[in-house]
Design a protein around this ligand. Sequence first.
Ligand SMILES: O=P(O)(O)O[C@H]1O[C@H](CO)[C@@H](O)[C@H]1O
Ligand SMILES: O=c1cc[nH]c(=O)[nH]1
Length: 233
Amino acid sequence: MTFHIGAKPGEIAGTCLLPGDPYRARWAAERFLESPRLVSETRGMLAYTGTWHGNPVTLHGTGMGMPSMSIYANELIRDYGARTLIRVGSCGALQPQIGLRDVVLAQAASSIGSPSTSIFRELRFAPVADFDLLAKARAAAPVPVHVGGIFTSDTFYDERSDLTDQLQRHGCLAVEMETAELYTLAARYQRRALSILTVSDHILTGAALPAPDRETGFAAMIEMALHAAFAQG
Ligand SMILES: O=P(O)(O)O[C@H]1O[C@H](CO)[C@@H](O)[C@H]1O
Ligand SMILES: O=c1cc[nH]c(=O)[nH]1
C-alpha cells in the first residue's frame, strides 16, 4: 500500500495501462483481461490486475492533469516496480486530416510546464516516447493512426487561441493533459512509456464524441497498447 494506491505488494503488474478515467480502467480490464481483479480503489481511482494471453497487466486510472498522473506514475514505478507504462487516453485533434476515433501516438509532448519543470531550471527538457513501444503500437493499429508531437496542457478550457494557432502551425497533432509528465518520469527512472490517444473531439470543428463513447468506445487503442507491450522482436 502507498499513500494513494491500496494494492498489496505483488498485486501491480510490471506492465500498466493508464487511462485518465477510472471507469475506462474497469471497462478495459473486464473486456480484455483474463481473471481481472480489483486491486485498488483508493479515492475511487480504480485499478485492476489480470492477464492478457498469460501476461500480467494492470489497468490503473490516473485522473486528469499532470499533477494527478505524477502521483500515480511515481508510486507505480517507485513502490510497485512498474516497468512499462502506457497511457490510454483521449485527446482533442489539432490538424484537419485527423478524424474522430482516429488514434494519435505521441512521439513527443510539448508543454508550458510540468510538475518536473522546477527541477530542470533553465533546461527545456524534451519528453519523448519509447521508440520500440511506439513502433510496435503503430504496427498493431486497426484504425487510422497518426504519429507525431502533441501538446500536454494544464487546462481543458483554454483561453489562448494564439497558442492553439502556434501549435497547429508547428504540426502539433493533438492536445491532452498528462503525457509530458509521464514521459519525463519514465526518462528519470529508465522505464518504457508511450501515450496512445483516441481522438474524442476536434478543436478545429468542435465535433465531439458523447461521454459513453469516451468511457467505453476505445477498444482499438487498448489492443494496440497490449500488442505493443508484449509483441516479440
Ligand atoms: O480521457 P483521459 O485519459 O482522461 O484524457 C483526457 O481527458 C481529460 C479531459 O477531459 C484529460 O485527462 C485529458 O488528458
Ligand atoms: O485534454 C483534452 C482531452 C480531450 N480533448 C480535448 O480537447 N482536450
